[in-house]
Design a protein around this ligand. Structure first.
Ligand SMILES: Cc1cc2nc3c(=O)[nH]c(=O)nc-3n(C[C@H](O)[C@H](O)[C@H](O)COP(=O)(O)OP(=O)(O)OC[C@H]3O[C@@H](n4cnc5c(N)ncnc54)[C@H](O)[C@@H]3O)c2cc1C
Ligand code: SF4
Length: 490
């Protein structure tokens, strides 16, 4: 075992030597290409001390049975490890790639807390399932029966796809509606390809389509059909539409050309990677090549914009964030990746105005300082009158987060209750909304969150929808008997 541990360090050192060529460096920063050999996976897995207090599992939203599948990997029992890891997750290879492990499983690894660096749980998880796909262990989706009952799912992100898989497995006729031309939600059009390759998402979608799930793409619920019309078509509905309204800035000059929303920038970049014609990219509007790029925001979306702009060949990339590094919402690992790639972070700074004639030429940047803690305990940023400076910019990308769209209006369903933040109000246990037979899951309930939480919600929603539909079916079957009994006792 000790020898195994030593080997793992040697291998990692060989994989990431101090001095790398430009090509090696690029490959190194495309973290998805970091793949293990069997031996490396086994070495890494064997670092798990089987501590008996699996905080890693407790802090994984899916409560994956991590210590056991690490043990199986260490023993070379990869197929068993795959069976176990896929029992609790519908897309382990995706979570392995893009979960912020430093805040979830790995951040709570006992070895990490003892100062020896966490077991790289995400990489092993990715490795196990990638191997399963390669070896043909991933079985086709097969319903256990055909129930002849139809369900509709609005949104094909991780929440919608997870629910679709589980409901189809139970034997429902599953119809997924999405306004995009490709399924996958933010897995396809938000998260950049250097973090999550698009063919990895596409093969998951194909598996569902091959198993009988019907995808209605380019179908915008609210325009192509109202919620009521969908309810007439299906016995139950799941709303899994995510959150897409970009939070804007009130900064003077915000209407200048060259100031764009993060998701427009990322979607166009993802579309180009599919080989699509994207006019706003082809005419240069959403292409960072050769530009001085300023990204505004401190979350993971901002990091994705920074890192995408670098890959597009920007002349320089700076990121403005109004708090400091410690108080940044984005993952520390992402910030480090972006810095290593050449991005500059300008902490404690916010745009005061955008300057230019028709097109943005520079940003007037106001220095900020941290004041008293707010209600959440975080210190609130406030302008520092002593610091004001100019920053050249010909592309400004705003990544300030997302809010829900106004679904009751869009869906022509005023009876759909929403919270004061616009997220859909769903029962915390059943995920049923204020409309009977209509459930909701993922970001549209939680607000902008994580893929792994959307998967968890999709699992819960499918179970609850199944229970609700089964009870309803039973009630229908019992109705004549009950009516008869009522007549006898009348
Ligand atoms: C840029 C970016 C990067 C991210 N990176 C990460 C990451 O690295 N790791 C991580 O864990 N999380 C990440 N997230 C968050 C994660 O992607 C989301 O939490 C997750 O995708 C939410 O899943 P969902 O199924 O609820 O919704 P979504 O993935 O948003 O899918 C919703 C789907 O519903 C469709 N839709 C919406 N309205 C309608 C309508 N009216 N009619 C028909 N279809 C509709 C949309 O087209 C979309 O396909 C990132 C988010 C963004 C924006
Ligand atoms: S799903 Fe995410 S949190 Fe859970 S084990 Fe995998 S990488 Fe860790």
């Amino acid at each position: 075992m000790a020898q195994n541990k030593m080997l793992s360090f040697v291998h990692l050192k060989q994989a990431y030597p101090e001095k790398r060529s430009a090509q090696e460096r690029d490959t190194d920063f495309n973290e998805i290409y970091r793949s293990f050999s069997d031996e490396q996976a086994s070495c890494q897995a064997s670092r798990c001390s089987q501590c008996g207090v699996p905080y890693c599992s407790a802090y994984c939203p899916l409560h994956n049975n991590i210590p056991d599948w690490l043990k199986m990997t260490a023993e070379g029992r990869l197929q068993d490890a795959y069976a176990l890891s896929s029992a609790t997750s519908t897309m382990p290879e995706i979570c392995g790639r893009i979960c912020p492990q430093d805040r979830l499983c790995e951040g709570n690894c006992v070895i990490e807390n003892s100062g020896h660096g966490a077991v790289t749980i995400g990489s092993v998880e990715k490795y196990i399932t990638d191997t399963a796909w390669k070896e043909g262990w991933v079985e086709p989706l097969q319903p256990i029966t055909e129930l002849g009952i139809s369900v509709g799912i609005i949104g094909s992100g991780p929440a919608g796809l997870t629910a679709a898989e589980k409901l189809r497995q139970q034997g429902y006729q599953v119809h997924v509606y999405d306004r995009h031309d490709r399924a996958g939600g933010l897995l396809t059009y938000g998260i950049p390809g250097f973090k999550l390759e698009k063919d990895i998402v596409a093969r998951r979608v194909k598996r569902l389509a091959d198993g009988g799930v019907t995808f209605h793409t380019n179908f915008h619920v609210g325009k192509d059909a109202s919620l009521e019309e969908l309810r007439e078509r299906h016995a139950a509905i799941l709303i899994a539409t995510g959150v897409y309204k970009a939070r804007g800035l009130a900064t003077p000059g915000k209407e200048l050309n060259g100031i764009v929303d993060a998701l427009d920038f990322l979607i166009s970049s993802n579309r180009k990677s599919f080989g699509d014609k994207v006019e706003a990219f082809d005419n240069g509007t959403l292409d960072a090549k050769g530009k001085k790029v300023v990204v505004i925001g401190g979350g993971d979306t901002a990091m994705d914009c920074v890192r995408t702009a670098i890959r597009q060949g920007a002349e320089s990339v700076r990121c403005l964030y109004r708090r400091d590094r410690v108080n940044m919402p984005g993952s520390a690992r992402e910030v480090k990746n972006a810095e290593d790639e050449g991005a500059e972070f300008v902490w404690l700074s916010a745009p005061e105005s955008f300057v230019g004639k028709d097109h943005v030429q520079s940003v007037k940047v106001r220095g900020m300082r941290l004041g008293a803690p707010d209600g959440s305990g975080r210190r609130s940023p406030e302008p520092d009158p002593a610091r004001l400076f100019d920053m050249d910019a010909d592309l400004v990308i705003c990544a300030l987060g997302f809010s829900p769209e106004d679904l009751p209006t869009l869906f022509n369903a005023p009876e759909l209750s929403v919270t004061p933040w616009g997220t859909v109000e769903a029962d915390p246990v059943t995920l049923q909304t204020s409309i009977e037979g209509v459930f909701a899951a993922g970001d549209i309930v939680r607000g902008a969150s994580l893929v792994v939480w959307a998967i968890r919600d999709g699992l819960v929603a499918s179970e609850q929808m199944h229970q609700w539909l089964a009870t309803r079916q039973q009630d229908k079957q019992d109705a004549p008997t009950k009516a008869k009994k009522k007549a006898v006792f009348a």
